[in-house]
Design a protein around this ligand. Structure first.
Ligand code: ASP
Length: 607
């Protein structure tokens, strides 16, 4: 953009600008003093261009260039010339030209930055966040922030083109639960009362359906006080969507269309699996041990339970008799894994809560049906018969040279262990096709899951998700078997979106609250507005929310959402640049009618 400081952006200059007098402003990316000439790579938002200072042509400008250092802010005037043949820089989009400076001004000097801005180097995370404004100057971060902005623009355009209305919903509201702890904000004017920051706009978007908007979206900020991981931040962004008069197919087809268009627009260099594979929750758990399987590679799980019921090996027999399972993964070529590699995998599985694993290496030549006693190797060799091993190998589609890795455990824990193992093996064996965006759709989640600690049923999705009509009677007799009208979208092993068809009738919603053991008075107190709204003509409706940060992370090729959030928090939910969260004055606390009680070793408030 042209301003009073610049006629052009540094990154925009090309041979067609040859001969033009330009004015540029930006940061000193790099300065090279060749004695007779000084070269400055000048950087601004749009890129980098080389500026040459020649004392014979512009003495004063040269004297300025002599003083500048990395990250000084300067303005340069000069003429665009073609570089001499052989001196072009193919790595720079502006590399065929340079600017011969005629005048230069320092707009602001800079201290030596705590880390390199002009090189990709490993920098301590805390230091990066402490100086986030410098970290964001680095090329990769700059690119990520821009990519995010393009994603958001694309979404706004496509959603509005599809007839969606964008509505902002309040941040100061009442708890709208998604299974995490709320962030609370004390009210000054209502002593003793608190707002809860929304964990999502769930109830508000449903109320917009009751209000007759039919197609809503919002780029919405959500707040959840929970343990942080690479894909979780205390505040994060959703593309939030709700639609009336739809079923699961309507919304999933629309999402497939929008995600395909987005991916093809932002990452035309990557391929997609089309149409997106659809798996039920049960199928995903059985084949991959996970409801967010990474489909960029195979490594499907095999179930050996029925093959081993009569096994002589007590671990198998007892596990199966107790209702558990024996499942396995086949590591292609893994028969050559060293003892140490297998031990490492065992420790890895134990680290994720598994009981351990049993490995069987398959060696020799010829069809697997002819495998002999001497041709399989396992620490548990004496407990296994060759017939069992042949049957297992055939079931798993294993070949000689492969390694079968078995887990015997209660089903949920076996899935957890094998899912982690599958991801780890894919990483070690580099099996993921990096040129692929493997989206898939997961449907038919269970409605509720048993909470052992609290001895009650919890909603798997949230309390507003509709059960399948035909499963309604099971809500009384066998809640664990009720299927929800819920769905997730997964990409490359990350859950990137989740949603459901909602309950829109008061009686069903009340029944659901009952199942979750929310007493009627509490349901009325917390969700009375929803129950009431359902009595004023609520249309059938459903929706979904994308974890926008995760999608941007995947499109940017990053592995941590902090790389695509301009100002994220650390893993302990703090901002080292601002020093947030921080203590507040006694006066502020008094205004809010609060007294701190920090007996449990919390930080004291400063007066
Ligand atoms: N509110 C849900 C969530 O945040 C998404 C949805 O059901 O639309 O996961």
């Amino acid at each position: 953009m042209k301003t009073s400081y610049k006629t052009h952006a540094c990154g925009e200059l090309r041979p067609e600008h040859e001969g033009q007098e330009v004015s540029l402003a930006g940061w000193v990316h790099r300065r090279r003093d060749h004695g007779a000439l000084i070269f400055v790579d000048l950087r601004d938002n749009d890129g980098i261009v080389q500026v040459v200072f020649n004392p014979k042509q512009a003495q004063e400008a040269y004297a300025v260039a002599d003083q500048v250092r990395s990250e000084y802010v300067m303005q340069v005037k000069g003429k665009v010339v073609r570089r001499r043949p052989g001196t072009e820089n193919r790595d720079l989009p502006t590399g065929e030209v340079e600017v011969q400076a005629t005048a230069a001004t320092i707009l602001n000097p800079a201290k030596t930055p705590p880390f390199y801005i002009n090189e990709e180097s490993e920098v301590d995370d805390l230091l990066r966040l402490r100086y986030r404004y410098l970290d964001l100057r680095r090329e990769r971060m700059h690119r990520n922030v821009w990519l995010r902005s393009r994603v958001v623009k694309f979404i706004r355009d496509i959603m509005t083109d599809h007839g969606f209305v964008e509505v902002e919903t309040p941040i100061l509201i009442k708890s709208t639960p998604e299974g995490a702890r709320d962030y609370l904000v004390p009210s000054r004017v209502n002593p003793g009362c608190f707002y809860a920051l929304p964990q999502s706009p769930q109830q508000l978007k449903q109320l917009l359906m009751v209000a007759g908007f039919e197609r809503y979206f919002q780029i919405a900020r959500c707040f959840r006080d929970e343990d942080l991981r690479a894909d979780r931040q205390p505040e994060f962004t959703q593309l939030d969507i709700e639609i009336s008069f739809i079923n699961e197919d309507d919304i999933l087809s629309l999402m497939e269309e929008v995600l395909t268009a987005l991916a093809e627009n932002i990452r035309p260099d990557l391929r997609l699996i089309k149409p997106f594979p659809r798996l039920t929750y049960d199928e995903a758990m059985r084949r991959f041990g996970s409801d967010k399987p990474d489909l960029r590679y195979g490594l499907e799980l095999a179930d050996f339970s029925d093959l081993l019921r009569e096994s002589e090996f007590a671990v198998f027999r007892d596990t199966l008799a107790g209702g558990g399972v024996v499942r396995a993964i086949c590591a292609p070529g893994g028969a050559v894994f060293s003892r140490r590699q297998v031990d490492d995998l065992t420790r890895f599985v134990e680290g994720v809560g598994g009981k351990g694993l049993i490995s069987i290496g398959l060696t020799g030549e010829g069809p697997i049906e002819q495998l002999t006693e001497e041709e399989f190797h396992s620490p548990m060799h004496r407990h296994l018969t060759v017939a069992e091993v042949r049957a297992m190998a055939q079931r798993a589609g294993a070949k000689r040279g492969d390694l079968l890795i078995l887990v015997a455990d209660e089903e949920y824990r076996a899935c957890q262990a094998l899912d982690a193992l599958r991801r780890e093996l894919a990483r070690q064996l580099k099996l993921a096709d990096e040129g692929l965006l493997a989206f898939c759709l997961i449907t038919d989640f269970p409605l509720v899951e048993w909470n052992e600690a609290e001895e009650r049923w919890d909603a798997v999705h949230h309390p507003f998700t509709s059960p399948r009509e035909e499963d309604l009677p099971l809500m009384d007799s066998d809640p664990g078997r009720v299927r929800a009208r819920a769905y997730d979208i997964v990409c490359n092993g990350w859950e990137i979106a989740g949603g459901s068809i909602r309950i829109h009738r008061r009686d069903v919603q009340e029944k659901m609250f009952g199942l979750l053991r929310i007493p009627p008075e509490e349901a009325q107190e917390r969700f009375g507005h929803m129950l009431e709204a359902f009595e004023y003509g609520a249309p059938p409706h459903g929706g979904i929310a994308w974890g926008l940060d995760r999608i941007v992370m995947i499109l940017a090729g990053e592995r941590d959402i902090r790389e695509i959030i301009a100002f994220p928090k650390t893993k302990t939910a703090s901002d080292p640049m601002f020093g947030a969260p921080s203590s507040v004055s006694e006066a502020q606390l008094r205004d809010l009618h609060l007294k701190l009680d920090l007996d449990e070793g919390g930080a004291r408030t400063s007066p």
